[in-house]
Design a protein around this ligand. Structure first.
Ligand code: KG4
Ligand code: ZN
Length: 342
């Protein structure tokens, strides 16, 4: 089944063609980072206009790169939410128009849920669903630290999330405190490579074993106080140690909670990790050392926002939902999934 995926929830317009939820035939992304940079954050109205400017050429480019003709696409998957209303509307209206013009099903999907499917993009076809599910799935990004129990590719049960800051957000804020720049995750990871994670004692958050929630604001405050009290200028070695210790605690908290999740959910066959923080190599190493089941991380290009994950999730929704269920879908009601289970 060939799915055309469209993503426009924030400041990236992305289009992809994916076969059977795994094989990425093309994935193109137009980032608006430079457009918003002078404003110090994403300007919603500017984002919508940028999406509108690039969406049609991106669809043409994605089809060209995939070698697939528009009429051969089996369904169109699109991010329905969450995200900026005006930005979402551009993708949804475009996808809806394509769906009507081609007479092909429209598959609206949840962006955060779709991230999970980034972890299995490119994984061999021969590894069928039964090899992964039931799974515990993590979405660890700048906006979310979510742990889901999933019995199938379309059933999501949220069993843990952050009670305050998200993990990626904490990396970004600590990088700012250290004067490193944005986004903080990759900068801290790079500096941490030369550091000793045991050189600086870190506080442990949410230590009650059975609670699966995450918390990062206490760690952020601890880091602010630590940096304030450091002798200035902070030496290169000391900065590396601070970054390594912080990184291990920020990621270690997730590994601890995941281990508890696995204990509470016997029979779990795999762990799927997604979102921007999944690009962190230390995360992979910590996980591999501690988790007794296979952990799948996305290729770095599928960790952050992309449309291949939208198409991949769309494939599973299309497979399990009658096309008629999407016909009455109203592009203006983002949160009404019109009977589509996601
Ligand atoms: O999923 P994502 O691209 O975007 C949204 O949250 O919308 O995630 C971005 C987040 C940022 O907070 C960034 O600092 C973090 O992912 N991140 C990382 C790494 N690469 C990106 N955090 C830790 N280590 C990394 N290598
Ligand atoms: Zn995202």
């Amino acid at each position: 089944m060939l799915i055309l995926g469209i993503e426009s929830s924030c400041d990236e317009t992305a289009v992809a063609v994916v076969r059977d939820g795994r094989e990425v035939l093309s994935s193109v992304i137009a980032s608006q980072t430079a457009v918003h940079a002078p404003f110090g954050g994403v300007v919603p109205e500017v984002a919508s206009r940028e999406h509108l400017r690039v969406i049609a050429p991106l669809v043409t480019e994605a089809l060209k790169q995939s070698g697939v003709k528009l009429e051969d696409v089996d369904a169109i998957a699109v991010t329905q939410g969450p995200g900026l209303i005006g930005a979402l509307l551009v993708g949804v209206a475009y996808a809806k128009g394509l769906s009507w013009a081609l007479g092909k099903p429209l598959v609206p999907v949840d962006h955060v849920h779709a991230h999970v499917h980034g972890a299995l993009l490119g994984v061999a076809e021969s590894a069928n669903e039964a090899a992964f599910y039931p799974t515990l799935a993590l979405v660890v990004s700048g906006g979310h630290t979510n742990l889901y129990k999933m019995s199938s590719p379309t059933s999501y049960e949220l069993i843990g999330n952050s009670v305050d800051d998200a993990c990626g957000e904490c990396f970004d804020k600590v990088a700012k405190i250290l004067g490193l720049g944005y986004p903080g995750g990759p900068l801290i990871e790079k500096l941490a490579q030369g550091g000793d994670p045991k050189a600086v004692a870190m506080p442990r958050m949410v230590t009650e074993k059975k609670r699966l929630e995450f918390s990062y604001s206490g760690l952020k405050t601890f880091m602010a106080n630590l940096v304030r009290d450091e002798k200035k200028p902070i030496s290169e070695k000391r900065l590396a140690d601070i970054c390594a210790a912080f990184q291990d605690e920020a990621l270690g908290q997730i590994v601890r909670k995941l281990k508890e999740g696995l204990r509470l959910c016997p029979g779990t066959k795999s762990v799927l990790v997604a979102g921007g923080v999944a690009a962190n190599q230390r995360f992979k190493a910590l996980m591999a050392a501690e988790i007794g089941v296979p952990a799948h991380f996305p290729h770095p290009k599928f960790c952050s926002d992309n449309a291949a994950m939208i198409a991949a999730y769309g494939y599973h929704v299309a497979k399990t939902t009658k096309p008629a269920a999407t016909r009455g879908f109203d592009a203006y009601s983002r949160y009404d999934f019109a009977g589509v289970s996601s």
